[in-house]
Design a binder for this molecule. Structure first.
Ligand SMILES: C[S@@+](CC[C@H](N)C(=O)[O-])C[C@H]1O[C@@H](n2cnc3c(N)ncnc32)[C@H](O)[C@@H]1O
Length: 796
């Protein structure tokens, strides 16, 4: 079968990719941010036709990002769709990547017609197009030739990546040489990089590299070193280009003495940043601040621990490192990797902090004169003064509810002098967080500094950091997020950001586009975190009717009164209660339920559900529970819809809610609370007594009447039909006493929660086949899920 025939059968973009992969016999490819990625070629695929130049624009965006991260890029770029394909040599576009007149979008998905129009004049003539119907053979031949050539574009070795390149060289090559003295490695490294693969590019180096029949051989002090395995050697030199450019060679050689192999053990302080992620941070800084940044900027890390963030810096004379614990200071001072840096003990949240919102270095006398001068010069904008880069991974502790529980340690955490400032500034919850305290002092002390910081994303988008964001403003330059599991000692799975900010531009914090790294540091995607005022979040969407009735029965589950509840009044005419806790995805699955009286778990939030707000309540319920939280999205905030909601969407959500596991509504007698007996009335039964075959009467027929006047989609109707079968089965069974008592089945109006549970528990005697229901429910869920994003409830 030809590629052309295969393409005719494709239905989705995925099918299109697979057809090309098969026809081209691609091996060793990956499908990530770049649709199909091999070492030699990157492919951008679309199922519907789109101008080739726009697809190349997107690929060039990724090429530019990869180059800035110091990664190798392929020799060819290819765009494919159902009918046509086009090839371009990457080399032809390289000059564009550094062209300052081109305006690049913030994310790859933003690379469209606008970028295409800018690049077209430069690259259009280098694009070769193929109509698959006519040119299939020529296209396949061209691609196979390109792969056979195995051409890739390598990364140069420069002063900016010297330390990173050396560490990688030790890993892949140095460790294979069996060198006894670690300080010889730097000498051998220079022999290797100052060689063009055929001959030496620099004479008079203390070590030499000879290309012999048995492979590369190193000579040093009369001794020869051969590689135990050549695999790493080939790998390394497939990524980097040698020798370095003439203009850098002497500078690089001068740095030789500072290059000692890293002893990873020395970098395992408390909550340290892993070095492979520090490596990515340095790529990000280079991409953002530009070449030679290690020379142009002074770096201050004021919570340096044992110095992980400086381990990849190649020019320590421009680095200041301070930290709280003297023991860490001693470790840093004894580490030869930091020779030349200024290292000192300093408590950044207390030392030199006056009660009047000022910093007075005379108080502690700890800050080196050179740093004091640099801070003063940078602040005044003195001509020739080096700008300051604050590079930090600050501590994360917070006091939280520990204070109410009398947790002495945590009180200690909170009560710093900067916390005092923040309480005066009325910055609310953020005042308790140590990392936010760092930001507030930095803002005061180094108001024009560039800030590059590892931390959670709370300060960017958490609603309880809104007061903080009114005070802390900066221009976002760039950043990545990485899986929390790459960090030692962090519990849970969430994104840790490494974000770079220009504090000199005091802009309100708005949406930020980041790249996404997995725990190994590999690039796997892009993600935008949206920042909205709390008034436009979903939890402010449904007005909460004022409750003025008697005390309401507080529940901690469908049928269980709370033990120690916040007491609340009931609302006349309420059908039930929608509990919706914090507004982010992380809390949505476990923090959303519908009950027949108030639910008082967690933060006690929620609204009474009445006939008037039922439709909106069902939408909120469904939207919050439809999307599975992942480590990457779980701090995303739910937003109010940006599109009008159709009647079909609303009724789909209502049916989805009625048959969801979070629907805990019930009909039950005999609940005991506050020295009284209580009953629950179920207003959420979508069927009549006759339909389900029950002898008694339901106390409420609200939902049946509601649905009679509602047009239902085929998917919602299928769920109702399958649900009815289960409801009927429930009423046909004589449940044993244990199940009846446990689920309070004394009334006819049992709810979905009781029915599911009872049929499940009865499984010992007779199994219920839930599969047809599950299939119908899965189909309705699949229909609704993409709409959560399309209607604007969550950022795409
Ligand atoms: C998350 S660790 C990061 C350590 C190191 N920079 C890294 O990235 O691996 C935070 C560091 O801040 C230090 N620290 C905590 N409170 C501090 C304070 N008030 N002043 C300075 N350093 C502090 C801790 O001792 C710890 O070493």
């Amino acid at each position: 079968m030809t590629l052309f025939d295969d393409l005719k059968r494709t239905r989705t973009e995925e099918d299109v990719k697979d057809a090309y992969i098969k026809a081209l016999g691609l091996k060793g490819y990956s499908k990530n941010l770049v649709d199909i990625q091999t070492e030699e070629i990157w492919f951008e695929a679309k199922d519907a036709p789109k101008p080739s130049i726009e697809m190349f624009a997107q690929l060039l965006f990724y090429i530019r990002a990869a180059r800035r991260r110091g990664e190798a890029v392929p020799a060819f770029l290819v765009v494919i769709d159902r009918a046509k394909a086009a090839i371009m040599s990457t080399e032809k576009a390289l000059p564009l990547l550094d062209d300052r007149t081109i305006v690049w979008p913030k994310s790859g998905s933003g690379a469209g017609a606008e970028l295409a129009a800018q690049i077209a004049p430069y690259v259009q003539t280098h694009i070769v197009e193929y109509e698959i119907a006519h040119d299939e053979d020529a296209f396949i031949r061209a691609i196979k030739d390109a792969i056979r050539e195995h051409r890739i574009i390598r990364t140069s070795i420069t002063p900016d990546n010297l330390r990173q390149v050396f560490d990688r060289w030790v890993d892949l090559i140095g460790n294979e040489l069996g060198v006894a003295n670690p300080s010889d490695l730097a000498v051998l490294f220079f022999a290797d990089i100052m060689h063009d693969g055929d001959r030496e590019a620099m004479n008079n180096l203390p070590a030499r590299l000879l290309m012999t029949a048995s492979g590369p051989t190193f000579l040093l002090n009369g001794q020869t070193y051969e590689l135990a395995s050549k695999r790493g050697y080939n790998n390394f030199w497939a990524i980097y280009h040698r020798p370095p450019e003439q203009k850098h060679r002497h500078y690089l050689l001068e740095r030789r003495d500072s290059l000692l192999p890293v002893d990873e053990q020395k970098f395992k302080g408390a909550y340290y940043t892993p070095l492979h992620i520090v490596d990515k941070a340095y790529d990000q800084i280079l991409a953002t601040l530009g070449p030679n940044w290690q020379d142009r900027y002074l770096v201050w890390d004021m919570c340096a621990g044992v110095g992980n963030l400086e381990a990849k810096h190649s020019n320590l004379r421009n680095v200041f490192m301070s930290t709280l614990d003297q023991a860490d200071v001693t470790i840093m001072k004894s580490n030869p990797a930091f020779a030349g840096a200024e290292i000192f003990q300093y408590d950044y949240l207390n030392d030199d902090v006056t009660d009047f919102g000022q910093i007075d270095y005379a108080l502690s006398g700890k800050v080196p004169q050179a740093l004091q001068q640099a801070i003063a010069d940078a602040r005044e904008g003195k001509k020739g003064a080096k700008p300051i880069l604050v590079l930090i991974n600050p501590p994360y502790a917070e006091s939280g509810s520990g204070i109410a529980r009398g947790d002495e340690n945590k009180i200690g955490v909170e009560k710093t002098r900067i916390n005092g400032w923040m309480r005066e500034m009325k910055l609310g919850y953020a005042s308790k967080e140590l990392f936010a305290q760092f930001l507030i002092r930095i803002r005061q002390e180094l108001p024009k500094a560039t800030l590059a910081m590892f931390s959670t994303l709370k300060y960017v988008n958490a609603p309880n950091f809104e007061p903080f964001r009114t005070a802390w403003k900066a221009e976002y330059l760039s950043g990545f997020v990485v899986h929390s599991r790459s960090f030692d000692g962090l519990k849970g799975e969430f994104p840790i950001g490494f974000l770079i900010w220009d504090q000199a531009n005091k802009e309100p914090i708005s949406d930020i586009a980041t790249t996404v790294l997995d725990r190994r540091g590999a690039l796997i995607g892009e993600k935008t975190y949206v920042v909205r005022p709390t008034s436009s979040l979903l939890n402010a969407w449904i007005p909460s009717p004022k409750a003025r009735g008697e005390l309401a029965l507080p529940l901690s589950n469908a049928l269980t009164p709370s033990k120690n509840p916040r007491k609340k009044r009931s609302f006349e005419g309420a059908l039930g209660h929608l509990f919706a806790s914090n507004n982010d995805l992380q809390n949505a699955t476990t923090g959303t339920c519908l009950t027949s009286s108030i639910y008082t778990g967690r933060n006690g939030g929620g609204v009474f559900v009445s006939p008037d707000n039922l439709a909106s309540a069902a939408v909120v319920f469904a939207v919050r529970r439809l999307i599975k939280p992942t480590w990457l999205n779980d701090r995303d905030q739910f937003l109010q819809p940006t599109q009008p909601l159709s009647d079909e969407f609303k009724s789909d959500c209502l049916v989805w809610m009625l048959f969801n596991g979070g629907n805990l509504t019930a009909g039950a007698d005999g609940l005991h609370w506050n020295d009284q007996d209580w009953s629950l009335t179920n207003h959420f039964i979508p069927f009549t007594e006759a339909q389900v075959g029950v002898a008694g009467r339901f106390e409420s027929d609200f939902m049946v009447r509601r649905l009679q006047n509602t047009a239902l989609s085929a998917e919602a109707q299928a769920v109702l039909d399958e649900g009815l079968k289960l409801w009927r089965r429930f009423h046909a069974i004589q449940f044993p006493r244990k199940i009846r008592e446990e689920l309070k089945l004394g009334r006819p109006d049992a709810g979905w929660y009781q029915i599911r549970r009872a049929l499940d528990a009865y499984g010992d005697a007779e199994l219920t086949d839930f599969e047809p229901f599950k299939r119908a429910y899965a189909a309705l869920s699949a229909k609704l899920r993409p709409m959560v994003f399309e209607l604007g409830f969550l950022p795409k």
